[in-house]
Design a protein around this ligand. Sequence first.
Ligand code: MOS
Length: 733
Amino acid sequence: MDTQVIGHRTPRVDGENKLTGRADYTTDWYVEDMLHGYPVPASIAHGTLEALDIEPVLAMPGVVAVYHHGNFPKLYRSPSSQAHQDQVSEVRLPFEDERIHYDGQYVAMVVAERFEQARAAAQALQARYRQDDGARPGLLHSREDGRLLESEGGSRGDPENAYERAPVKIDHIYGIAPESHMQMEMHATLAQWRDGRLIVHESSQGVIYQQKAMARIFDLPEEQVEVISHYIGSGFGNKLFMWPHAVAVAAAARELGRPVKTVLPRQQDMESGGNRPASRQRLRLAADAQGRLQSMRHDSTTETSFVHPYVDSVGSPTLSLYACDNAAISQHLLEVNHGTPCPMRAPGEVSGIYALECAMDELAIALDMDPLELRRRNYNHEDPAKGLPWSSKHLDTCYDSAARRFGWERRNSAVGSMTEGDEILGWGMATSSWFAGRQPCMARVELRADGTVLAACGTQDIGTGTYTVVAQTVAELTGVPLDRVEVRLGESSLPAGPLSGGSMATATTLPAVAAAVRAAIDELKEVATDEAAPFTGADPDGLTFRDGALVDAQGKRVTFDELLTGQKLGSVNGDGQAAPGDEQQQYSFRSFGAHFVEVRWDPAITRLRVSRVVSSIDIGRAVNPATARNQVEGAIVMGMGMGLFEKLDYDPRDARLINNNYSDYIVTSHADMPDIDVELLDNPDYAFNEFGARGVGEIGLTGIAPAIANAVYHATGKRIRELPITIDKLLVE
Ligand code: MOS
């Protein structure tokens, strides 16, 4: 497909709104008569709330109400079904009972006239607890495995026998600390009731999901609930599904008959607003003497809270990434006294690929083989998990291109052998991958008499560029310039669109928008061939729409705004929908890439840093190469955090979160920034959708942490199998 706008770098169409402060983030919303809610977090992780000293707090300035187990209205749980799109992040309702399952669980919410008053009162509220023994401080503090999840297993061949027979094998356990999303904009809700209708502004990655969940919880018809999320200060998965704070705020607003807003403080966001669960993963790999994989086994445990069974599916990539006849994965789930985990950017796969790609590096060393060569020898051309060919796989090109740009052929494989001044260089690499998914989607497009085009869809832009790629699609198919395209997203009353999750929004939304554009153009042709219209009597199919105008075979040309104005019409509308189809039975869809990382280790001052990252990523067609590259670059920075810095630290004695703030929870900073060289291949995947786009939000994160771990080994000879690789781990002899 020869395109003019799609596939070309385009500045964000919402950039000006963001820069000028016109972008209405939930946290920016103020409405008349609005009250402020401030949740009160439990200060134990395991036990019972015995008493709350409410009276003194009710007497504090501005305090209107304190909600807690004793007076909270009775509501229903959402069934939390993915199929019915009423999934929530935590099925337990706020204040449901007096049991405490994690540090930071809400025991009350203060509502006051002003934010400062609500906060002061919440902080003054005295609670008495009975703390139980035996809090589980986390998977990595435990030897327990939890329960086996049958649904997460899978196998082929006879991995056990093949392992026993193979000449070269490795068997190691890898751990990943729990992480926090650390998105910029906190979780926030503004709830208002108007004539029995619930209107919620929420910083949400899924307005439709939240609408349906709220309808279940408050027992309302879905159309009585509206969820609005025009701008989101990113989410990374913790805003996919609603959390209890939103329920508490909506209920308080109903009880009080006034709008109530809450913006979680960072502390609460970290304690009770989602996290990437810790994982412990055992990898057993075996190869023949030529490095051909004979057996792969990946047995994992992930953790969840006691109130919601979140499963981070870490093993699945091991069944797909390499050619190997004998493979098996299994997963256990262990409840611990942490806030409920949830998806976090490339959920499951980023953790599984970390363990797998470290194990591959260890296998290469056992084989005395270059780690890139080991990957090449086990290249596959179909998905062994599904027995279907890949729709479009160019991982070999990624390996070639990134290795060449990095200079991999100059690598001396001996540990610690490459030096520059006082520093020892470590070079490591890893494969990157993320599945490509699509969902059903609807959209509406209006061609308007004022010469503008409106596209509307009930999805949202979490900062990734969805406004922009939708506008590009309209501009591409209509020839109307971008500055005359208006995009409306982030309202549950719009035609149902997807979650901004799973890297699926672009591939899901654009085909529906395209269908709506075509439907609107068809409608315009009908209008144009009516009586007393410019093309009266003509066959609508004989007209073409180009550069914002209808043209007939004789070359007569009428722009859509002229035509609509002449016909005294405000607009013509098109409804479109699109869904995945037969191609899902013909192909397996996945994106691939390669990361090469250089670290520098200065043993004299125990300084470790990442100095270079070179990546090649194949996501099919990048609808907007500027925003797509931005996603991968950001993911690399986030992957450095996963590899080197990020860890939610729970006290092993009582399971309380120690570093619930931005100063003690370390993320990658400007000073850590390496040279980053990202290449996006351009191989449109037309089997997947008409634009050939597979999505890009998550893939870049996969493979970074293992490439760093592999580079650290190459520099230091220390194989650190537990993330993050903090320097204290390198000091142990
Ligand atoms: Mo992503 S974890 O699906 O927001």
